[in-house]
Design a protein around this ligand. Structure first.
Ligand code: SF4
Length: 446
């Protein structure tokens, strides 16, 4: 089998992984680049147009294997990753996975030398900027982890590649292999898939949540504590959403605990999608909206100062789907609003739907220097005026009244009196919204 055919098989195999960031999804908005609200990197975007200045039809034909994805960067622009498996041969039986041992799919393996050489060929032709490397798991787990490590060692030592490498830590990998992975990669990840050992039993018989996975994540954290320069892009994980009977509360509580106790850089959420000939192929796919709401709630935890117990949930423990979590929180806290923009603190401003960290900072800066005369100026500061209007005043006046010709569209009354108000679904009392996750996390591993 030639290398491009292998990369096609192994690149498609890596499609289950989400990568980099979802900076397009703010706490209260949809991903503008995706009508579905799906993070850009989750969509398999096989490169069809390399950078214009390097475009060459001959190269296009010859050097565009599967597995190349464009991913947005936090500060704008994008990068291209070769997302690939070292092998899709797997002895494990994860119930949701296309590569589980019992499935009849083409299997292949690429050696460290072959993969490193091919990656560099693509890199030198400006088709890829970085590598995302994962693998199926063979009987001797460490063999595959070592193959992945060897691939990156060749890239770093032989080809002097200094770019981005994201290396997967396989469940059950040895401490030595984890340590070497952390020394070589910019980012490492180990996908927990489920928020607790109990939930994981619905997804896999062979994966060991505590010993096989969480313990490895703790090793990474300890290595980072010893040398803060290691894995500068941090450690991440991913959850399959909607296949293990878990609630959003389960996922968010686990995520929150991982942020606090393991120093997790971020969590990814992957809506379950049934694969034919797997034990879960009878389950319906998880709506992408649920995945998107989880990202929005996660954003509130990481950047908006929300505590886990403040995230609005239904009595069943799920995020309401009709509005984003920040709007749901604002609608269920009328005592906070309307907020006076001319005097509100930063912490208060970022609680307003339509105001994010950047626009909050800008509002605070400019209000000391000049008088804001109308909604358009707030728009220029980054505020989404239409969303914020029901919740704010400026110098004692509703934004909609600052300009006489501006038509009033929404007021507090419009929201609070709506008979179909989705906040009626929210449960916020501490008893109904417990934020704890199984103490087993802390006692047995951390
Ligand atoms: S370990 Fe599980 S999720 Fe990973 S490739 Fe094997 S079957 Fe799939």
């Amino acid at each position: 089998m030639d290398i491009m055919t292998k990369l096609k098989i192994l690149g498609e195999g890596a499609d289950q992984e989400q990568e980099l960031n979802v900076h397009q999804i703010s706490a209260g908005s949809k991903n503008p680049s995706s009508g579905s609200g799906l993070p850009t990197c989750f969509m398999p975007q096989h490169i069809t147009q390399p950078r214009e200045r390097h475009r060459n039809p001959a190269h296009d034909k010859r050097f565009l294997p599967g597995g190349i994805h464009t991913c947005p960067l936090p500060g704008g622009g994008s990068t291209r990753l070769l997302k690939v498996l070292q092998t899709n041969i797997c002895e494990f039986d994860c119930f949701y996975c296309e590569h589980r041992a019992s499935r009849d799919v083409p299997r292949t393996y690429v050696s460290p030398d072959e993969l490193a050489r091919t990656f560099m060929m693509l890199h030198q032709r400006h088709l890829v900027d970085g590598l995302f490397l994962s693998s199926g798991i063979t009987k001797r787990i460490d063999v595959m982890q070592e193959r992945m490590v060897q691939t990156v060692e060749i890239l770093r030592a032989k080809y002097h590649f200094k770019g981005y490498v994201h290396l997967k830590i396989l469940p059950g990998a040895s401490q030595a292999a984890v340590e070497r992975s952390v020394q070589l990669a910019n980012r490492v990840s180990l996908n927990l898939e489920a928020p607790s050992p109990q939930h994981l039993t619905h997804l896999s018989r062979k994966k060991d949540f505590l010993d096989g996975m969480l313990t490895r994540m703790v090793w990474v954290k300890r290595l980072q504590q010893q040398d803060p320069n290691l894995v500068p892009a941090g450690q991440i994980t991913q959850f399959v959403v909607g296949a293990a009977g878990e609630t959003d509360r389960d996922i968010l509580s686990a995520t929150n605990q991982l942020y606090k106790q393991i120093g997790l850089r971020r969590a990814y959420f992957s809506a379950f999608s049934p694969i034919p000939d797997t034990p879960l192929d009878h389950l319906p796919p998880t709506p992408l909206l649920r995945q998107n709401r989880l990202y929005q709630a996660d954003w509130l935890l990481r950047f908006y100062g929300f505590k886990i117990e403040e995230i609005p949930l239904t009595p069943e423990g799920n995020l309401i789907q009709e509005v984003d979590p920040k709007t749901a929180w604002a609608m269920s806290h009328p005592e906070w609003f309307p907020l006076e923009l001319s005097t509100a603190s930063y912490e208060e401003l970022i609680r307003v739907p339509g105001i994010g960290p950047t626009s909050a900072k800008r509002i605070m800066e400019i209000r000391h220097k000049s008088v804001i005369t109308g909604p358009r100026e707030f728009t220029h500061l980054g505020m989404v005026v239409k969303r914020a209007t029901p919740y704010v005043l400026y110098n004692g006046r509703l934004l909609s009244t600052l300009l006489p010709q501006t038509r009033r569209k929404l007021t507090q009354l419009d929201l609070w009196s709506a008979s179909s108000n989705p906040i009626s679904k929210i449960s916020l009392t501490p008893k109904e919204n417990p934020s704890t996750i199984p103490p087993i996390y802390e006692k047995e591993v951390l």
